[in-house]
Design a protein around this ligand. Structure first.
Ligand SMILES: *Cc1c(COP(=O)(O)O)cnc(C)c1O
Length: 627
């Protein structure tokens, strides 16, 4: 393609995108394809000779589009919004056009400098509202911000920095002890409501992680954390990292930073991270800034403008209060450290995993200048108002209940079920409702597990959503609910029952949309499992104390810890061991790396596996065991 053809095709592509956007309503939200559909439609080999652009575009419409889930569709209410405003698309286009790889200041000075300035713009009180310690250009500040590829990377690099810092401190204290051994002492913390990327970061960092039970509103409290950290310290472990969340993925709950901050400060050198991937953008509005209370205790903070700030993926912002701690964990050029107090020398290659980086700050620049802060506030406010409106609609229908505190754009709700239905039957009912809705292609939502019950997440996503869109969505939901609740009962014609079952089976088969959400933790009750509270005194037979579900492994039933605050420990290699176990069918193979009950098993009389790399502090602390 030469420049003249690019000029033409580029304009055509913009036209194609515009037509896509303006006609998107006429498409199904979710595709009705089976896995592998595209393989059957495309040749098995790459073309040997060039093909015409028109042919390629023709295949876009006929082969690619039928397999697209339309995230910008007005009836898309799954996950969180995926920002896609035109100025950000154009910013991305320019970044692709410039095509620079800005890993150091010299590799493209504007790329580095614009990023520093955009992160300072957004971090300030007037905008997101972080303390000045997070800003790079503030007088005397050691802080600063960076654009990473995803929130998961932000969490990972924060944890890596905390880990390096902790090991360095321990090495200083115990110079003759090997770093590998010191590593086994480190332990990180998060809430059960934290995003699965936190646990993934712990796996990559090869550290233990204790997953704590939040309160009934999904908020991690200071006391819970304090108790866990003290217990672990008592057991000889070294707390080094606490991940908190403002705006959790499952139900948009907020951890209590004003309680957690002072607890963390009591321990030497523990890094406090705040993950506000979704909610962070809402802090642009003064009325949401109260959620930030306690952020002055944090060492790092991340948010994704590609969620609630209309900016297209990828654009994840991470701020730290001490950029030298961050870069010293990731730098491979120690000489660099000698210049570290000069903020003009920011080389972003030391701020993350990749060396190469795109000119992503351009799209933020276009967005902030095109909308202004007031424009973004207006969008965010409407987004939140519409969620409140949806909440009202749900509350007016007595067949339903609201399952979260609606603070931003996410509403969790469910059908209540009949008076004589068990909680499991009600879960099943809601699962059916969601499956039927998703299979229809009229609307798309995903489930979550809230207080261990199956709930449906309704998120306001569409950029130009209006009250009417919310009403249409509610009509679809209630229509399916009525059909489900008042559909053919057992007395009716068998045939009708059979077709209904057939249809339900089909719908279920198609429910891979339900199964394939990005964060399995938010919806899969088997993964996101809370052991039932154990109301007994230590020493009583634990098997009797803990009503186990049929799928609880026997060993697990026996070793539930009797601590009042339930928690789990994620061991770095736990799921690897579990898969080894599967060969012998000792333990069921399940990817339940949130569920340490299995890992808390001590090696039985024949015990040769299932033991953890180091004993569980919960057991050391005298919890009952079967042995
Ligand atoms: C979406 C989300 C993430 C993951 O974001 P990625 O950018 O996809 O890694 C992490 N934490 C929270 C709270 C989220 O909502």
């Amino acid at each position: 393609m030469d420049v003249e053809e690019f000029r033409v095709r580029g304009k055509e592509m913009v036209d194609y995108i515009c037509t896509y956007m303006t006609t998107i309503r006429s498409r199904r939200v979710t595709p009705s394809v089976e896995p592998g559909y595209l393989r059957a439609a495309l040749p098995s080999e790459a073309p040997e000779y060039p093909e015409s652009w028109d042919d390629v575009m023709c295949d876009v419409e006929n082969k690619i589009m039928p397999g697209v889930t339309h995230w910008q569709h007005p009836r898309f209410h799954a996950y969180f919004p995926s920002g896609n405003a035109y100025p950000s698309i154009l910013g991305d286009m320019l970044s692709a056009g410039i095509g620079c790889i800005g890993f150091s200041w010299a590799a493209s000075p504007a790329c580095t400098e614009l990023e520093i300035i955009m992160l300072d713009w957004l971090g300030k009180y007037f905008t997101i509202g972080l303390p000045p310690a997070f800003l790079a250009l503030e007088e005397g500040s050691k802080g600063g911000g960076v654009i990473e590829g995803s929130a998961s990377e932000c969490v990972l690099v924060s944890m890596l920095a905390a880990r390096a810092n902790a090991i360095k401190r321990l090495k200083h204290q115990f110079p003759t002890v090997d770093e590998g051994l010191l590593l086994t002492k480190l332990i990180a913390y998060c809430s059960k409501e934290a995003h699965s990327c936190v646990e993934k970061a712990a796996m990559i960092s090869f550290v233990k992680m204790r997953i704590l039970q939040p309160d009934e509103n999904g908020s991690l409290r200071g006391d819970t954390l304090k108790q866990a950290m003290e217990e672990d310290e008592e057991a000889g472990l070294v707390p080094f990292f606490v991940a908190t969340t403002l705006g959790t993925t499952a139900c948009c709950s907020f951890d209590n930073l004003t309680e957690i901050g002072p607890v963390v400060r009591k321990f030497p050198c523990v890094w406090l991270h705040v993950d506000a991937a979704y909610a962070g953008s809402a802090f642009l509005c003064p009325e949401h800034k109260y959620h930030l209370a306690g952020v002055e205790y944090a060492d790092s903070f991340n948010t994704n403008p590609n969620k609630l700030m209309l900016t297209n993926f990828d654009c994840s912002l991470l701020w730290v209060t001490n950029r030298y701690l961050l870069t010293s964990a990731l730098v491979v050029d120690p000489l660099y450290l000698q210049h570290c107090y000069d903020h003009t020398a920011i080389d972003y290659r030391h701020w993350g995993v990749p060396l190469s980086r795109r000119f992503r700050s351009l799209k933020l620049w276009f967005m902030l200048r095109s909308y202004g802060i007031t424009g973004l506030q207006k969008y965010i406010r409407r987004h939140c108002e519409l969620a409140k409106y949806f909440e009202q609609l749900v509350k007016k229908d007595e067949r339903f209940e609201i399952c979260n505190q609606v603070k931003l754009g996410l509403v969790c709700f469910r059908l209540l079920g009949g008076p004589d239905e068990t909680p499991e039957q009600v879960d099943e009912l809601n699962k059916k409702l969601l499956t039927n809705i998703n299979a229809s292609g009229k609307m798309h939502m995903v489930p979550a597990s809230v207080r261990d019950r199956y709930v449906i997440r309704f998120c306001v996503v569409y950029q130009h959503a209006s009250r009417e869109d919310i009403e249409i969505a509610w009509d679809i939901i209630t229509e399916f609910a009525t059909e489900l609740l008042e559909g053919p009962d057992k007395e009716r014609d068998l045939n009708e029952e059979r077709t209904r079952r057939h249809r339900a089976a089909l719908a279920h088969k198609r429910s891979f949309f339900v199964r394939m959400v990005s964060d399995p933790k938010i919806y899969n009750p088997a993964i996101n499992k809370t052991p039932p509270p154990v109301p007994t005194t230590p020493g009583s037979p634990p098997a009797a104390a803990a009503p186990a579900t049929p799928d609880t492994p026997l060993e697990a039933r026996a070793v539930l810890p009797a601590t009042p605050k339930q928690s789990w420990i994620s061991w770095p290699l736990a799921f690897f061991f579990q898969s080894v176990d599967n060969d012998n069918n000792d333990l069921p193979l399940r990817f339940r790396h949130l569920d340490t009950m299995v890992r808390l098993k001590s090696p039985g009389p024949s015990g040769r596996r299932g033991s953890s790399p180091c004993p569980s502090p919960e057991r050391r602390a005298g919890s009952p065991s079967t042995h």
